[in-house]
Ligand binder design. Structure first.
Ligand code: F42
Length: 148
């Protein structure tokens, strides 16, 4: 995956796009929490499955043993976030959790693995449970592991 050759297109939610901009500009030293919660975030890179453009998405940091949960909550919206469809089409992503983005590959968490990671996700960010309670859809959880 040659990320450098892909054009970046910021998302429609200005506050999230601004967080990406500020995080990158400071190498992750600033804009690294969700608003004033003090809870850490990461930046995920995906390729748009329709546009072919680079999409950068701030997400809560749910990390365990070098792996990360990607929780497609969108605040408990009735629909999956747009970027979720990119992940279904292409499992290769980048995650920036510090000074530079690194390469990861995703698997969809199901059964016991999903239950385990869901508990980790809620421990990191309690509102995920409220989001799940208010939507009919099961919030997708994907696990990212490091690749070279
Ligand atoms: N969202 C979460 O779902 N989970 C989190 O843990 C989370 C944490 C978080 C922390 C900080 C922060 O600033 C934001 C946070 N968000 C979290 C919000 C997250 O960053 C996204 O803004 C949110 O999930 C909505 O994502 P979205 O892709 O649905 O955004 C829409 C509004 C959007 O901008 N869409 C783009 C657009 O231009 O309309 C398209 C994005 C895209 O990837 N398009 C694909 C393409 O080909 O380019 C096509 C996708 C398709 O439909 O097939």
């Amino acid at each position: 995956m040659d990320w450098d050759s892909v054009e970046y297109e910021p998302g429609q939610w200005d506050w999230a796009a601004k967080q990406v901009e500020d995080y990158e500009a400071s190498g992750g030293r600033e804009a690294n929490t969700l608003r004033d919660t003090g809870l850490p975030i990461i930046i995920m890179w995906t390729i748009g499955n329709k546009s072919g453009k680079l999409r950068k998405v701030p997400l809560m940091r749910v990390e365990h043993g070098g792996e990360y949960a990607i929780v497609a909550s969108k605040g408990g919206d009735a629909n999956h976030p747009d970027w979720y469809h990119n992940l279904v089409a292409n499992r290769r992503i980048r995650i920036q959790d510090g000074p530079k983005p690194l390469d990861y590959e995703l698997r969809v968490a199901t059964g016991d693995e999903r239950a385990l990671w869901w508990d980790r996700a809620v421990a990191a960010f309690a509102p995920y449970q409220e989001y799940q309670d208010k939507t009919e859809r099961e919030i997708p959880v994907l696990i990212a592991h490091k690749v070279d």
